[in-house]
Design a protein around this ligand. Structure first.
Ligand SMILES: [Zn+2]
Ligand SMILES: [Zn+2]
Length: 208
């Protein structure tokens, strides 16, 4: 273990949840079935904190009560979030403190990669369905485009001096900041853009 410490380290410490690291690592590396991404892990962690506070306040956490409350609290709809916050406050939860404890996906990433020094490197050959399906889609698109172009060239609809060589790459764009990058490159480096980070995430990432 290194001297690194992020917001998630502090929260785990505050809550006496050090054993949570192991579970998070297993989920991230996909040891127990399909792997979970940073966003899912952050959601699960935050939901767990909410559930603990609900238990503590004596509020029912049967079924998916905590998960659905968390969704409403952290969702895009400000009115619903405000209403949920009010309900929880009336039920006796320390809502502000709780929301300050919530972590973002970028914090989870910092924690796994920097604090725990853990690794997960998806490669085109490791057989995971996610990476494989991009590769398959790209190959198919490339073959189809090449066939179509060759036929257009044969019909003299398109002029070319030599043989056509078609390249296909899958591009991903963030609808928030318009960052655009090759999908495989995004997978390799682990992000499309950093625009979803909070200032704290950026500080965590840079203070390494
Ligand atoms: Zn950490
Ligand atoms: Zn972005």
């Amino acid at each position: 273990m290194t001297e690194n410490s992020c917001k998630l380290c502090r929260e785990l410490d505050n809550w006496g949840l050090e054993q949570y690291d192991e579970q998070m690592l297993r989920d991230w590396q996909g040891d127990s079935g399909r792997r979970k991404g940073y966003r899912t892990l952050a959601q699960e962690f935050n939901t767990m904190l909410l559930r603990r506070q609900m238990d503590r306040a004596g509020v029912s956490t049967l079924a998916n009560e905590a998960a659905s409350k968390y969704e409403r609290l952290a969702g895009d709809d400000e009115a619903i979030a405000r209403e949920t916050r009010e309900v929880l406050r009336r039920e006796g939860l320390p809502v502000d403190e709780l929301e300050q404890s919530f972590v973002s996906y970028a914090t989870v990433r910092t924690h796994l990669k920097d604090c725990l020094n853990a690794e997960y490197t998806p490669t085109a050959s490791d057989g995971t369905w996610t990476t494989r399906s991009i590769e398959i889609a790209t190959n198919q698109a490339q073959k189809k485009a090449e066939t179509a172009l060759k036929s257009l060239i044969a019909d003299e609809e398109v002029a070319i001096g030599g043989d056509p060589e078609v390249d296909v790459s899958v591009m991903v764009t963030c609808t928030e900041c318009q960052s655009r990058i090759n999908a495989e490159r995004a997978i390799r480096r682990g992000y499309v853009c950093r625009c979803g980070e909070t200032p704290e995430d950026a500080t965590n990432r840079e203070s390494e």
